[in-house]
Design a protein around this ligand. Structure first.
Ligand SMILES: [Zn+2]
Length: 133
């Protein structure tokens, strides 16, 4: 699902206008809208939009490290599918290259990897290594 459809489902409006403080995006809980910097490239815009939708999903007000982690993890889980990661990781183990292949930011890949449960991690490692055990 694209982020614009997700925003619609969540009753959130996205405006391509400059957020304050030189940010790439921001979530306004009072107006239930998201501002996305209009000059971002495709990958930056997509990553930013999903991150801000994460804040919207959790109904965040304000900004704390815990909220940032929640939004980052929620975004990564929507941006990256396990099979796409496995396919990319079979070709390269370089974080930047994997991110490039997945059309996400490197920090999205990091957040995704951190969000994995032990079971998921074991499954994914086996898939990448081709069931050698
Ligand atoms: Zn944030």
């Amino acid at each position: 699902m694209g982020y614009e459809l997700m925003a619609e489902k969540m009753g959130v409006r996205i405006h391509y206008k400059r957020p304050p403080h030189g940010w790439w995006g921001c979530w306004d809980p009072d107006r239930r809208h998201i501002l996305i910097h209009p000059d971002l490239g495709y990958i930056q815009r997509r990553s930013t939009a999903w991150h801000e939708l994460g804040h919207a999903y959790y109904e965040h007000v304000g900004c704390s490290p815990k909220q940032e982690l929640q939004a980052r993890t929620w975004a990564a889980r929507h941006l990256i599918r396990a099979q796409a990661f496995i396919d990319a990781a079979r070709i390269t183990d370089d974080l930047i290259s994997i991110a490039h292949r997945l059309h996400v930011m490197p920090e999205d890949v990091r957040a995704w990897e951190k969000s994995l449960s032990l079971e998921e991690l074991i499954h994914i490692r086996k898939e990448i290594n081709g069931h050698t055990d």
